[in-house]
Design a protein around this ligand. Structure first.
Ligand SMILES: *Cc1c(COP(=O)(O)O)cnc(C)c1O
Length: 457
């Protein structure tokens, strides 16, 4: 009896789940939603976050009010903008922390992905998949120096994991030097390179052999190399972001990266550039390595690599290094990395970057943006400490987190999304599409100026 009853209940539940699924699918299918549907989506989203995703997200984000009376829920995007369910448009200057280099849903990228999808989505895992080979060849062409062989991943973290494993295998050494304020991801391996204590502490010990030195301090880097070598723990590789993103848009001192390269050569260590955020035109060159004229041994890519349409990442390495994986290519693998949809997206993305000269555009628009922001901050030295950046990777540093949070919240209310959460707003990052129009830049700057005069110190 009780068994039958629970079976009946289960059936009823399954019917409810099916109805719910069908309702969601019908909304996905719609080109336009009405007010009632928008209300339903908002309620389901907030409830779902509270009950099933993580209620913590509702309290830190500037897009949700403290009492939960208002929550912005995104629904569609295009160009440098996206819209919430109520149809309010925002200029996206957060850009997913640098994923929308070719814009939101760039038509050429969407076309390549949908064309590929109509024929084949994922690969057999055994036959040779053509787009992987073609994308690898394109990467060898566009990456600096003699970087030649590519391994594909689904994210930045995975690219870092692959780079660390390759460096270990090649060097047969286990020591890594990373930098303070670095961000390389949050998996156990990549987290070892990441610097923020708050994210690392609960998971210690991480991979043994990681040492952090202050970013930009070449003397400390040299001393660390010397110490490691003298105690018999030779360095496998140095991993760093040429320009630190998550750390707050920290530019390297003059010649720093060249000197790091020299130290690596002197001590027989590899140099890994984590260009997950700086790559794909962001800083005004295709890669920040080009900007600083330094060729790493391994470069890590992701974020904008999939054109803001597909999750996709890669490492590209010199043959001398990568050949450690020739004998057994199964030493490091991933089921979805380099799948045909991701490759189609990446190939189209690189095409757009080159044809539309987007790295050059990032340099030009970025310079204008930076100057205008600096002008707008004149007279607010009590609030703004520094504005800095390269290309369209710009950071506004405030004296306090609270000021940054108030500015980013104020700008959001006026239709401009910039980075900055309740617990991380000392430097707000501006990383729009490289296709952003000058009128949009002007709107962002005037919004910044207006909000800056309204917030209190
Ligand atoms: C975002 C980021 C990562 C992690 O990438 P995910 O795709 O989030 O795993 C790693 N390194 C850098 C420099 C990043 O900016």
């Amino acid at each position: 009896m009780s068994i039958d009853l629970s079976r009946e209940l289960k059936k009823e539940q399954n019917k409810n789940v099916s109805d719910y699924i069908n309702k969601v699918l019908s909304l996905i299918e719609k080109e336009e939603i009405n007010e009632e549907e928008a209300g339903w989506i908002t309620k389901e989203t907030v409830d779902g976050f509270r009950e099933h995703v993580n209620p913590g997200f509702l309290s830190y984000r500037k897009t949700v009010t403290k009492d939960g009376q208002f929550a912005a829920v995104e629904w569609s995007d295009n160009g440098s903008c996206f819209k919430d369910v109520n149809g309010k448009e925002y200029i996206d200057c957060l850009g997913g922390f640098g994923i929308y280099n070719v814009g939101h849903r760039n038509p050429k990228v969407v076309k390549a992905v949908t064309d590929q999808l109509k024929r084949q989505a994922l690969h057999s895992q055994d036959l040779l998949d053509p787009l992987r080979a073609m994308l690898a060849k394109i990467l060898a062409d566009i990456t600096p120096g003699d970087l030649k062989y590519a391994f594909f991943t689904n994210s930045g973290t995975e690219s870092v994991e692959a780079a660390l494993k390759l460096a270990k295998m090649y060097s047969e050494r286990t020591t890594f030097i990373s930098t303070t304020r670095a961000f390389h991801g949050k998996s156990l391996g990549s987290l070892s390179g990441t610097a923020k204590g708050m994210f690392r502490k609960p998971f210690l010990p991480l991979i043994p052999g990681f040492r952090h030195v202050p970013f930009g301090d070449i003397d400390m880097m040299r001393k660390t190399f010397e110490v490691c070598s003298s105690v018999g723990e030779d360095v496998a590789a140095v991993i760093l972001e040429p320009i630190q993103g998550e750390g707050g848009i920290i530019l390297p001192p003059e010649n720093y990266l060249k000197e790091v390269r020299e130290l690596c050569d002197q001590f027989g260590a590899l140099l890994i550039f984590d260009e997950v955020q700086t790559g794909m035109g962001r800083t005004g060159k295709m890669f920040a390595a080009d900007l600083y004229e330094v060729v790493p041994d391994i470069i890590c890519l992701a974020k904008a690599f999939g054109g803001g349409v597909m999750p996709a990442g890669a490492i590209v390495a010199k043959e001398e290094v990568f050949k450690s994986w020739f004998e057994n290519p199964f030493m490091h693998t991933t089921t979805f990395g380099g799948n045909p949809l991701a490759c189609a997206a990446a190939i189209a993305t690189i095409g757009v970057l080159i044809e539309e000269k987007l790295p050059e555009r990032a340099a030009e628009v970025g310079e204008y943006f930076l100057e205008e922001l600096k002008k707008a901050a004149k007279g607010h030295e009590d609030k703004v400490l520094e504005i800095r950046g390269k290309g369209l990777m710009i950071g506004i540093e405030f004296h306090k987190d609270e000021i940054g949070y108030d500015v980013s919240k104020g700008m959001f209310d006026l239709g401009v999304l910039v980075a900055g959460t309740l617990i991380n707003s000392k430097t707000i990052r501006i990383e729009p599409s490289l296709t952003i129009r000058y009128e949009e830049v002007d709107k962002v700057v005037s919004t910044f100026k207006q909000v800056l005069s309204q917030v209190s110190v």
